[in-house]
Design a protein around this ligand. Structure first.
Ligand SMILES: NC(=O)c1ccc[n+]([C@@H]2O[C@H](COP(=O)([O-])OP(=O)(O)OC[C@H]3O[C@@H](n4cnc5c(N)ncnc54)[C@H](OP(=O)(O)O)[C@@H]3O)[C@@H](O)[C@H]2O)c1
Length: 309
């Protein structure tokens, strides 16, 4: 338990910075529910899959390869099924959509958890900057491909980040989605994470009049494999993380709490279009609330995806 957690009080939901995924799902029976989690083989995705399976859900875990997904599914107790989903490869994402559809059961939640962070140099997929493509476009293809399989009260949970605050001015650089007209790793990560938030906003707008929900979450800051692209030498990283872990970093069970709350706690069932952190509603950067920007990103994403076919 980081020292900082002891200073944080409970929010209106009754949970706080220090709550774990097990805490926010305590008492919940997810028997009969099917929940899809991307990035299931590592960090927050693995803990999310483990806890939701413990509560009785059938968790469909997606990873870059079937082998990774199956290995993750095998180590969680309960019912878990692995599927391949390489988010930077539209054919793989469509294969995942087909595999999940073939399972037949409606999806009670989709947790779009997988992600990459702050690549120091520009990488691309299909001519688009790789973080935007992986974190946003890959999940756009996946979630929109499964919308008609979402249960009547189904919940879509997008992993955003407080780093959405680092997105460029205006939120999305529509004239630089390739990254070729200027690239900074953290700015590109911020752009991909504000895209996750805007996607949830626009999806929530499209869900209006139904009982389906779409929300975005910031999980906290947690020492997972997410920092692997930063290139910090191992001894320095170990020292830095050791100190930070003790002071303020969340543990992985704490980091997985907010997405599990929004996906599975009855308290979030009727709440849509919000940004959450510490299992409570928070206010994101002003332009993440801009419905015109959210609608434009959706239209541009549809055009990008159509251009890949
Ligand atoms: N940790 C934090 O402090 C923090 C803070 C804010 C937001 N987040 C967000 O939380 C989410 C989970 O991150 P984490 O901390 O658990 O990181 P992690 O341990 O690195 O896990 C990320 C997961 O995403 C998968 N992934 C990466 N690229 C992929 C691709 N192209 N196709 C399919 N899967 C891919 C990884 O698979 P491989 O293992 O095969 O690469 C891994 O399973 C991310 O969306 C991240 O942006 C994390």
């Amino acid at each position: 338990m980081p020292l900082y957690a002891l200073l944080k009080s409970k929010g209106p939901t009754g949970f706080s910075y220090g709550s774990t995924a097990a805490d926010v799902t305590a008492g919940a029976s997810l028997a009969g529910k099917t929940i899809l989690v991307t990035g299931c083989n590592s960090g927050l995705g693995l803990e999310t899959m483990r806890v939701l399976a413990t509560r009785g859900a059938h968790v469909v875990g997606a990873a870059r390869t079937k082998e990774k997904a199956d290995a993750a599914a095998a180590i969680v107790g309960g019912k878990a099924t692995g599927v391949a989903c390489e988010l930077s490869d539209p054919a793989s994402v469509r294969g995942c959509v087909a595999a999940v559809r073939a399972m037949g059961a409606p999806l009670d939640a989709i947790i779009a958890n997988a992600g990459i962070m702050a690549l120091p140099k520009l990488n691309q997929a299909f001519g688009y900057e790789l973080q935007f493509f992986t974190n946003h476009i890959g999940h756009f293809i996946l979630v929109t491909g499964l919308l008609d399989r979402l249960a009547d009260k189904g919940r879509v949970v997008m992993l955003s980040s407080a780093a959405h605050m680092m997105a460029p001015k205006g939120g999305i650089q529509f004239d630089n989605l390739s990254g070729e007209h200027g690239y900074k790793g953290w700015t590109a990560y911020g752009q991909s994470k504000i895209a996750n938030l805007l996607f949830a906003k626009e999806l929530a707008r499209r869900f209006a009049g139904t009982e389906k929900t779409a929300n975005a979450v910031h999980p906290g800051v947690i020492n997972t494999n997410l920092g692997r692209y930063l290139g910090i030498p191992a001894p320095i990283a170990a020292l830095g993380y050791g100190i930070a872990n003790a002071l303020f970093l969340k543990t992985i069970p704490q980091g997985a709490a907010t997405q599990c709350y929004v996906a599975a706690n009855p308290g979030a069932a009727a709440i849509s279009g919000q940004y959450w952190a510490d299992s409570n509603i928070k206010v994101p950067r002003y332009d993440a609330e801009d419905p015109a920007l959210a609608a434009r990103l959706w239209e541009v994403s549809e055009r990008i995806v159509a251009g890949l076919e």
